[in-house]
Design a protein around this ligand. Structure first.
Ligand code: TMP
Length: 212
């Protein structure tokens, strides 16, 4: 219809512990929405392809060491360097499915003992997600799923702390999904929630900013 140019895309974020199934759900959502004819892209943070992303990647692979606050700010900078592209995509009608965002940034760093308000500060002014799908899984179960890889943070004790810190960040954009359900059930819930969100954004729900 004639209004199509004014209809913005939705910013949908998937969050959860390592091995919670986020990446599979992101892939599934992408093809589902494409199949319905929506303009949609799948993104992830960290975006390891930028210069900042390469530094993050080397840190995660234990190939370099960084102060806890320094790596926190790099993760945040990695989102800031994509902010304007994110905004223009959304405004031109493209829905973004994003694997991890500021909630990972704050949950992982505050789980190391950094002050939560200090962790949130550099995220202020980034675009706020329209919907956060939190794939909820007990850390022990996530660890059982083929085990963790070799990257930093992929250890049960640390994931338990991260899980607790995620809970503090819940707000009214969050939907908690039981990630222990069969994958098709998770997928069904995810699809319904995302379709509602995409519709609300097309109907004029305004874009907002994080943590203001
Ligand atoms: P990935 O496995 O989804 O690529 O994420 C890499 C790791 O980085 C994962 O353990 C979560 C962590 N992380 C942060 O600590 N801060 C952040 O801001 C993001 C996006 C991820």
């Amino acid at each position: 219809d004639g209004q199509i140019d004014n209809q913005r895309g939705a910013l949908v974020v998937l969050e959860g512990l390592d091995r919670s199934g986020k990446t599979s759900q992101c892939n599934g959502l992408l093809s589902f929405l494409e199949g319905l004819g929506f303009s949609v892209e799948s993104w992830r943070f960290p975006d390891r392809k930028t210069g900042v992303g390469e530094m993050i990647s080397s840190y995660l692979a234990n190939k370099s060491q960084l102060d806890d606050r320094a790596i926190h700010l790099l993760f945040s900078a990695n989102r800031w360097e994509k902010r304007s592209l994110m905004e223009s995509k959304l405004k031109s009608g493209t829905t973004l499915i994003v694997d991890r965002y500021s909630y990972s940034g704050v949950a992982f760093s505050s789980a190391k003992g950094l002050d939560i308000d200090w962790c949130k500060a550099p995220e202020i002014g980034l675009l706020a997600p329209d919907l956060v799908l939190y794939l909820d899984i007990p850390p022990e179960k996530a660890a059982d799923r083929g085990g963790y890889g070799v990257e930093k943070y992929e250890q049960l004790e640390f994931q338990q702390k991260v899980s607790q810190h995620y809970q503090i960040l819940r707000d009214d954009t969050w939907q908690i999904i039981d990630a222990c359900l069969p994958m098709e059930d998770v997928e069904k819930q995810v699809r319904e929630l995302v379709l509602d969100c995409v519709t609300a954004c097309r109907n004029g729900k305004p874009l907002s900013q994080l943590w203001l």
